[in-house]
Structure formats: C-alpha cells, structure tokens
Design a protein around this ligand. Structure first.
Ligand SMILES: C[S@@+](CC[C@H](N)C(=O)[O-])C[C@H]1O[C@@H](n2cnc3c(N)ncnc32)[C@H](O)[C@@H]1O
Length: 196
C-alpha cells in the first residue's frame, strides 16, 4: 500500500507528524484551457492535495488564476503543495521514468483499477496522468499502466480521487497539513472551525 507507512504520528500534536522519505505522488494534468477548464483543473489540484499528492504539473495554456486559487487554499488550510505549468508534458513523463518513477495514465479505455492496482509498484515514485479533451496516443504507449476507474466516461476529478484513494489504501485520511491557519473540528451539524 502507498503511504500508510509513510505517515507516523509521534505525538498527539499535528506538528509532530513525520513524513518518511517514501515514494512521492505527483499528478500531470494535460491540456488545460482557461476558458473551459478553470474549475476542473482547480479541482484536480484540490483533489491531488487532499488525497496525498505533493503537486501537480499542468500543461496547456498557462493560467495564473489556478496558482492563486491554490495558494489561497494553502494559506488557509496548510500543507506544502506545488503547482507547476509545463511547456512539454512529455518531457515530464520521460524525466519521471528516467529517474526511476512509474507512470499511471487514467483513462476509461484502460485496465480496471481492481485488476491493475497490485501490479503498480508501491516503492517507486508515482506520476498520475489525467487528460482533458483528447489524449495523444503516445501517452497510452509510454505510460507504464493505463488504468480505468470503470470503463465508462466520467471525469478526471472523480478518476483521480478514486485512484489516489485506492493507491494510498485510504491513508490520506490521516494526512497532516502543516502551518494551517484554519482547522475543522468535525461536528455532526454546523461548521466548527478553529483559527490559529
Ligand atoms: C473528459 S474525460 C475524457 C474521457 C476519455 N475519453 C478517456 O480516455 O477517459 C477527461 C479525462 O478524465 C479521465 N477519465 C474520465 N473517465 C475515466 C474513467 N472511466 N477512468 C479513468 N479515467 C477517466 C481521463 O484522465 C480523461 O483523460
């Protein structure tokens, strides 16, 4: 399983959580178009951050509003997360593989996650690719795994959330977010938010 062993709570204090130096998870979001994808790409970033990835590479049209939205979320809710616009997403893929990482491309045409999950090595850095409109054939060829979250069309946001949940074995639920200004105290009704 992915980072269940990556996280150890040494103390009861959230600032004493230790992230061991175990495999990284990053996301490559292909083909961002500001006019159509602003919310979807922002949601890809939010899901990546919440469910255990360390950052998102975005290809397509550079869009500073994504940076500023994610920065605002981090200012309030904490964590170290990065968003990087890239000119050549294929170079990101090649570099990731050349440095020993594994690449999983999420697509409705792939192998069902249930079948492929245990073949994805959990001791190597993982790059998860999600597409936009049309993903060029080269990504299907170069990815180590083409993974389907069901063989029906839905959304990159949903696909990413389910994939990260499966790959982390749900360990994202215990993940700390350092330097948060706001923290939610879960409550049955209403909103209980602590400020720091
Ligand atoms: C608008 S959808 C396009 C669906 C696309 N024809 C495909 O190959 O999955 C955009 C992205 O959502 C993700 N996606 C949608 N449905 C998926 C599914 N069933 N399994 C995995 N990923 C999916 C893929 O990353 C895809 O590139």
């Amino acid at each position: 399983m992915w980072p269940s062993s990556r996280i150890a709570n040494l103390d009861k204090s959230i600032d004493d959580w230790v992230l061991f130096d175990l495999p990284r998870i990053a996301v490559l979001r292909l083909g961002h178009r500001p006019s159509r994808d602003k919310r979807i790409t922002t949601h890809v970033c939010l899901v990546a951050r919440a469910f255990g990835a360390e950052g998102v590479f975005i290809s397509g049209v550079r869009d500073e509003s994504i940076h500023s939205t994610i920065q605002k979320v981090m200012d309030a809710w904490g964590g170290d997360f990065w968003v990087e616009f890239v000119g050549s997403p294929m170079k990101v893929l090649d570099k990731w593989k050349a440095s020993g990482g594994v690449v999983a491309h999420l697509t409705m045409y792939g192998i069902p996650v249930k079948q492929v999950k245990d073949m994805i090595p959990s001791d190597r850095d993982l790059l998860v690719i999600v597409g936009g409109e049309k993903v060029p054939a080269q990504y299907y060829e170069k990815a180590d795994f083409n993974v389907a979250i069901g063989n029906q069309p839905h959304s990159e946001v949903a696909a990413l959330a389910i994939f990260l949940d499966r790959m982390t074995g749900g360990a994202w639920e215990g993940m700390p977010f350092k330097n948060a200004r706001l923290r939610i105290v879960p409550s049955e009704r209403g909103k209980n938010v602590e400020q720091y």
